[in-house]
Design a protein around this ligand. Sequence first.
Ligand code: GAR
Length: 215
Amino acid sequence: MSGERKFILGVLGSGRGSNFVAVAEACRAGAVPAEVGLVLSDVAEAGILEQARRRGIQAQFIPPGKFRTRLDEEAEQAYLAALRAARVDLIVLAGFMRVLKPPFLDAFAGRIINIHPSLLPSFPGLEAWKQALAHGVKVTGCTVHWVDAGVDSGPIIGQQAVPVLDEDTPETLHQRIQEAEHALYPRCVGAIARGEIRLQGRRVFGGPPGVIRGA
Ligand code: GAR
């Protein structure tokens, strides 16, 4: 034991938790020099909580309060208290379907990242894979970015491209994007945990190179 303190991740999610699993497994395998200290969800029955508990990781449902798309003040404080108690270094949003507001963002300034299922700045917001199909793009993908006060608008850490096929349905396209997410998110978290990332204006240096799937 080196006695050196580990880089601790706090993961927030509302759904299945497949991105959490990808990051947690990469930590466990030693590919990412970090550990997931805590998983929080705004959905009591979210799969991500079950996935965390199965791995012996502390997991907690915290009710989001009275709003539909964000946390109310009381909830914000409860989330922050849990993240601080777990001594979280980086908040990893993994399908967390609420927008975080300035009081929360300020408390973890520059220490919150998100994964989004499109090549931002195309198709921010909900169900980005459906937006991509409806628009008719031939290439889409996923993006890991720092979280700022906008919607999916923060500086981009890493992106991975995914082809859109003629026979794609929303489900098949989302599935292909998720496979890319599971490769991209651990790479980006690893680069941050190793201290390789540098931000200059909107440009992020030191992240994984932009990747074409299969290339
Ligand atoms: C992921 O595809 C992620 O990109 C998306 O939710 C899914 C969560 O899946 N996030 C957003 O759309 C945020 N705007 P998971 O629970 O299996 O990781």
